[in-house]
Ligand binder design. Structure first.
Ligand code: ES4
Ligand code: ZN
Length: 326
């Protein structure tokens, strides 16, 4: 079997996927109709044609607007189940999935509705296909510290059902330091924390995420290689980086896949995992990311094995479960 086929068929974990970013245009239109919402796009094709982004913000504007069709527990359940059904085709056996409560609660959709719906979809995938999932609550960094604290309060009644916390949305101008106190509280609850850093933001934001937020993984981190001391530190401490190659190209972090920093990251000895981020918006799920990376870099079988081993190793499941997968 060739390297690509083996990489695609290998069991793997996905550690960086936003559930709201798995909303396919077809489902968005179906939910708009079901919920009697006037959706501001003429057709599925017209919506897809709008997926032409110039940077992170141009994507986020559309991503938050589309999320408005998600209203009921059933909607969130359908969204989760659709993602897991699709991820399974790429041999994902475990997924640690981000959700953004602040995208929903200001619209009058309760925290409980979001959480229960996502859990219902995940429960079906667990029963039907044996898929394993964890939910990671992400704070929107363009909003205030106060807003993040209020969201954490909303989560407290359900805290046993939330595995960890993350930080996403517009990076530049919203450094990790803004959320130092929020993350201290999350860690005091005994939860692992992660943060998007070094996607569009500078390597200094990765340093802040490590030093101030005390994250156990860095989401993206593709700009880490601009700082040799940071690269050495990440490699030495085996901090996993959840890299999302198609996302980085679609959001113009790199002009084309051939210019992605993955080879430099590998040369720097970094612990890399490959992920899909917002697969409905960026041209594909994990399998498509693997194909695009392989077309650009033709990595060998050992490198791919290492990426998938890293995905289990860096996951938040207990050691006994890891042993079964590794
Ligand atoms: C995101 Cl690609 C990306 N970056 C930051 N925040 C996000 N939320 C959803 N996708
Ligand atoms: Zn992301």
């Amino acid at each position: 079997m060739d390297v690509l086929k083996r990489a695609l068929s290998c069991p793997k974990a996905e550690l960086h996927v936003h559930i709201e970013g798995t909303l396919e245009p077809e489902l968005a239109f179906a939910l708009a109709q079901r919920n009697n919402i006037a959706f501001p796009h003429a057709s599925v094709e017209a919506l897809r044609a709008a997926y032409d982004f110039s940077d992170l913000q141009s994507f986020l504007d559309l991503y938050y607007a589309c999320a408005d069709v998600l209203r009921t527990e059933q909607d969130f359940s359908d969204l989760m189940l659709a993602y897991l059904r699709r991820a399974r085709e790429d041999n994902v056996v475990h997924a640690e999935i981000f959700f953004d409560p602040q995208t929903h609660t200001p619209r009058g959709v309760s925290f409980e509705t979001v959480l229960k719906g996502l859990e219902a979809g995940a429960a079906i995938a667990a029963a039907e296909w044996g898929m394993s999932t964890r939910l990671i609550l992400c704070f929107l960094r363009h909003l205030s510290e106060e807003d993040a604290f209020a969201t954490l309060e909303l989560a407290l009644p359900f805290i046993d059902r939330i595995h960890g916390f993350g930080l996403d949305s517009s990076e530049v101008g919203h450094p990790p330091s803004k959320f130092e106190r929020v993350f201290a509280k999350c860690r005091a609850l005994g939860k692992p924390v992660v943060a998007h850093a070094g996607e569009e933001g500078p390597p200094a934001y990765i340093v802040e995420a490590l030093d101030l937020l005390k994250v156990s993984r860095i989401d993206h981190g593709v700009r880490a290689v601009e700082d040799a001391a940071l690269t050495h530190r990440l490699a030495h401490d085996r901090i996993a980086l959840t890299v999302c190659p198609l996302s980085n190209v679609r959001l113009c972090v790199f002009e084309k896949m051939e210019l992605h920093s993955l080879p430099s990251m590998l040369a720097g000895g970094l612990c890399i995992t490959i992920n899909s981020d917002d697969p409905a918006y960026f041209g594909g799920y994990l399998g498509a990311n693997i194909r695009a990376v392989q077309a650009a870099f033709a990595f060998d079988a050992t490198t791919w094995r290492e990426f998938f081993r890293n995905s289990f190793d860096a996951s938040f499941v207990d050691e006994a479960q890891k042993e079964k997968w590794l």
